[in-house]
Design a protein around this ligand. Structure first.
Ligand code: DQA
Length: 159
């Protein structure tokens, strides 16, 4: 098996994010999820990454995409939305994934209701971005690209 780091990154989005742009724009802004996907694709191209961008309102679909990523991906950027605060299943799935995981929240969850202050996903995430709006996705992709590059240099250095 090749030791070259994988350049495919999964960008996963949880429930209600399909309504981004229409849903509580004072909190989540006016960009749609399609806008976020388009800017992630442009940036991924610049960073030499390939992305699979998905959204679901169903917990099991997110778990299944994480299982898929286990076999193929070099990183995961995930906005688990409300599942952040409830899902042991998503945490368990992420714990089976061995490459970098960055958790993104568009809003600053720490400034909001107390139930949003706890994240199951943060128990696994290598980094968390909250409150930077949809810009957080791009920053998360940049971080994953950096971690993949660091891993590549470590592999090259050890051979
Ligand atoms: C969110 C924050 C969550 O608390 C909320 O349930 C969401 C979106 C965010 O991106 O700010 O749906 O993850």
């Amino acid at each position: 098996m090749s030791l070259a780091p994988r350049r495919l990154v999964y960008v996963l989005n949880g429930p209600n994010l399909n309504l981004l742009g229409k849903r509580q724009p004072h909190i989540y802004g006016s960009e749609t999820l399609a806008d976020v996907e388009a800017s992630c694709r442009t940036l991924a191209g610049e960073l030499g990454l390939e992305i699979r961008f998905h959204q679901s309102n169903r917990e099991y679909e997110i778990v299944d995409w994480i299982h898929e990523a286990r076999e193929t991906a070099g990183g995961i950027v995930i906005n688990p939305a409300a599942f952040t605060h409830t899902s042991v299943a998503i945490l368990d799935a992420l714990n089976t994934f061995e490459a970098p995981v960055i958790e993104v929240h568009i809003s600053n969850v720490h400034k909001r209701e107390a139930f949003r202050h706890h994240s199951y996903v943060s128990l696994r995430a290598d980094g968390v971005i909250a409150g930077l709006g949809t810009q957080g996705y791009g920053l998360a992709l940049r971080r994953v690209a950096q971690l993949i590059a660091d891993q590549g240099s470590a592999v090259a250095g050890s051979s």
